[in-house]
Design a protein around this ligand. Sequence first.
Ligand SMILES: [Zn+2]
Ligand SMILES: [Zn+2]
Length: 942
Amino acid sequence: MHLIVAEKNISARRIAEILSDGKRVTENKDAGVSLYTFGDTASMGLRGHVVEIDFEPGYSNWRSETATPRSLIDAKTIKIPTEKKIVSLLQKMAKKADRVTIATDFDTEGELIGKEAFELVRTANAKVKIDRARFSAITAQELKAAFATTTELDFALAAAGEARQSIDLMWGASLTRFISLAARRGGQNILSVGRVQTPTLSMIVDREKEIEAFVPEKYWQLALDFEKKGEVIEARHTNGRFHEKAAAEQAKDRTKAPLVVTDVKFGTKQDRSPSPFDTTTYIVAAARLGLSAANAMRIAEDLYMNGFISYPRTDNTVYPPSLDLNGILMTLRTSPFKKDVDWVIANRRPEPTRGKKSSTDHPPIHPTGAATREQLGDDTFKVYELVLRRFLATLSPDAQWKTLKILFDANGEEYTTTGGQIIEPGWHAVYPFSEARETILPEFTTGEKLPIKKVTLDEKETQPPARYTQSKLIQRMEELGLGTKSTRHEVIAKLVSRKYVEGNPLHPTLVGRAVTETLEQHADTITKPVMTQTLESHMQLIKQSQRTREDVIKESRTMLHHVFDQLEANQQAIGDDIRDRTAEEMNLGKCPVCGGTLAIKHLRGNTQFIGCSRYPDCTFNIGLPMAQWGFAVRTDEVCEKHGLSFVRLIRKGARPWDIGCPLCHQINSNRESLEEIPSADKALVDRIQACHIYTVAELARSTPEVLTKKLGISPDRAATLIQEAGIGLAKLRRRSECRKFMRDRLIPRRGRSSAKILNALKDAGITDLAILAKAESATLKNAGVSDAEAEQLLTEARIVFNSQILKEIGIPAVSLKKYLAAGIIEPEAFCATSPAALSEKTGMSAGTVQRHVSLVCAYLNKPVPKKISKLQIERGKKELLAISGLGSAAVEKLFAAGIIDGEGLLAADPARVFLATGIPEEKIRNYQKILKRKRETAIIPL
Ligand SMILES: [Zn+2]
Ligand SMILES: [Zn+2]
């Protein structure tokens, strides 16, 4: 059997479809992984990398004393399967195969993925023949040629990929840990540092600094409008920019009609057809269609996998001689662009255009198949059209322009205007994505006099350099040798997702800037592109087998150790620096009470809130949900009313929770409960809020003196208000406690909203635990809780609620635990069970139990049971156990029924004891008989 291993499932299917040559292809699934079979051949897809490198076990604890960040530099790495189902199918098939062809993408990454597959196949089958098929497009022609002339896997190329992988892991992991620990950041808040990522971020930060440092200079531009044949035309002063206003004004004053034509210059201009697309120029062109770099690559890969365009990761801008341009044109004649294709065939330039970079791995990006809009959908079709038209443009003749430049004189001041007109559209005819703006001027003759309509003097300012757009940044990264054609767009996406940069064009966030500037100061190797460029050149050497992977990694290790020497020497300063610089990212704006600064504070144990910088002098604060609901951060939006930045709660894997303006949120979510205070009418609530009291809790904490002064109400009214607020607060606490109780226990489930259930319960009057503890399970079921859950909830509610009461009564927590374990949950149970039995069940001493029972009985207004000593219990228990046939289980039951010794047993009515204990009357009578006899025989010897 011949096994073909492709990079992805979709390419595996395409390969099977093409190579089967019309034979039936069967798709079988093994644990969800597809296998395409035809004749004696099977084709399966990987999911890119199916194994991942990681450090060997023992390095996962960030705070370990021994596995320090630096220790990661020399840590051994292992390969772990990340796609277990695919790996297992691959190995299962490898055992049966007599030939395996690796058909992954043809580049460094693809070769490495191929090598990973190679190793997995070898483990399963030591003898099978393994070869490699290389192709740049998934088309019949390319694939058949590739499979007819397979070669060996290029281990040198794969080794280059492996070296990059190891080095990226080592740099990224050790530096990320070091910086995060130094800045005391953990969890979602870590500061990531990376070999390519950090120098790229540094470029964005540098540009931002240039922009900030830029001092704009004023300049003036002089222009005039004149009229010719009813058309208004603008001419500019030939001086260009005037740097002094006075000079510009003088020139303006001197400008007088008539405007005399002094010269008419004709010319022509060649407008060269564009060169073929490589990855970078493609991304730049796609950006003009409104696509981000990552999106542009995703769509291009999709088109490649489906055989519509060639491999989109390429540095080549020269078509190789082997590329069948005529064949491609013929194929494209069946696309919706037949008219354009035919025009190109009729007007074709002798040689296609060529760019500056020629490499042998892949041809420039070009179309390989015909597709329709219906087939692809709008966005993908837009990209397909771009690639197709670019290909056509590279085969089209240059465009020709006619140019015209007119010089004028206005009372000694010289003006000019220029025009341009396409006379041969050339490639513009098939490539509308590049603007060709024509300015058509009427005819002028020297000496002609024209009227001036108006003269305008514009004051302007020099502009700072522009921020990087994603595509500009990719171009710059390429120039600096940062990253590869395959990774550049991913690096940018990473910077965005890690909140180091934002917006388009890109600008650094406060954190992005803090990390970069701190590193620049203490270990600038990480922020400079040199180190990364060195590695790229080493990778080239590995590819050419001039250096080994181990050797390059070793050198990189040494380099990283030097970086750590610097970092560790400055650890304290680095941490302090980053913390100082990022403190601002938590500032929200002015405190409404004192004018200090409000900032988000994160405390240990998930607590977060908004507090004032003038604490303790100013105690104004706004509560926030616990951090497990989302880590609070500031956003760019600012409240128009309060001037405070908006707050957002972010949580991995969850949609962010936008709180908006924290003060607006505070006001809105507490207004209703303030209005629930009986003596506070709407007008008073308005006044209360105007004094920056927003919650019932703040009101309850206030003093009558303060309120009297602030609100202008009588001391009596103030006292009532505070008292009512106290009652209201207790109610609110019980309400939120009940909500929290339910929320914690309602397991999130698809199609069920816990908020909805909570509201239904609220409508049913269940607003606190006391009510919930006594509720019927039917009420819960009506609100949408399942049967089993309702029972569980009610039991737990009873436990939680009664525990609170018992605690209030004065039962210590340790004892409470013992009572709960013994099933004594409700206070009533303390009075219904005899203290002796309680002592027996809980293992606590009789004295302790007696004390607790007295407390509970007093609380419930019930008579306190007679005191029993420990000795009495012990003696009674012994006496009862001495009765033959009466075991400890029965003793416990009797104790519970208040029968704690022989005396009690003899005095008891067997029928009643049966009701209380379940021990048959017959047995009890028997116990009584035995006991009586015992007593009698015991008396005789006296
Ligand atoms: Zn304040
Ligand atoms: Zn607001």
